[in-house]
Design a protein around this ligand. Structure first.
Ligand code: MN
Length: 197
């Protein structure tokens, strides 16, 4: 079953989150979403489409536009593609209970190449622990790398790093200055007024 862990963690009679058997809709390009999630602690869920599912990381500080910043990205369970459209309240007591905002979303290009300049598939990049993508979001644009740490006490965690390209900007701090939903324009407080299921 696809997204088994995702489904096992949730009681769909209690949460409005999608069961996830519908897919993503129109676009052929791979999609990404960044969901600001105010649960037991505030974090940003970074999700990218690989092989029909949303590979997911929890990024406590959120993404940066400064190539010198390395942001910790803790891998979490795959989410269904439909989840990219989810914004709202997860009831208290349910897995991930709290507020979810679609902070940014869009499509992306896989820009990973081997030493000879040949493209590396997303699946292979993910398995190798080095994903290089070009985001075409509303807030975030340009190259980002996700690098898996393979030794040390952070082994198994990843780092999310802005590539040094023409979209890099050390002065921008979108996590702090661009705080509203790209789907509905709402703030977290406004989403919080929504009645959970
Ligand atoms: Mn989360």
């Amino acid at each position: 079953m696809r997204n088994k862990e995702y489904k096992e963690k949730r009681d769909f009679s209690k949460t409005n989150e999608p069961f996830g058997d519908k897919g993503k809709g129109k676009t052929n390009e791979p999609i990404f979403v960044i969901q600001k999630h105010d649960a037991s602690h505030l974090h940003y869920d970074f999700r990218i489409e690989i092989d029909g599912t949303l590979k997911s990381w929890s990024v406590p500080k959120g993404p940066s536009t400064d190539p010198h910043e390395k942001r910790l990205a803790v891998p979490t369970e795959d989410h269904p593609l439909e989840y990219a459209d989810f914004e709202g309240m997860i009831p208290e007591g349910q897995y991930g209970g709290g507020t979810v905002m679609i902070w940014d979303r869009g499509t992306f290009d896989n820009i990973a190449e081997d030493e000879k300049g040949k493209p590396i598939s997303l699946k292979k990049s993910y398995e190798n622990g080095t994903v290089e993508i070009y985001l075409k979001g509303e807030k975030l644009k340009g190259g980002y790398a996700l690098i898996k740490m393979k030794s040390g006490n952070m082994e198994g965690n990843w780092l999310l790093i802005k590539m040094d390209d023409d979209k890099a900007d050390a002065r921008r701090n979108p996590v702090n200055t661009e705080t509203k939903s790209v789907k509905t324009g709402r703030s977290l407080e406004e989403i919080k007024k929504e009645k959970p299921k």
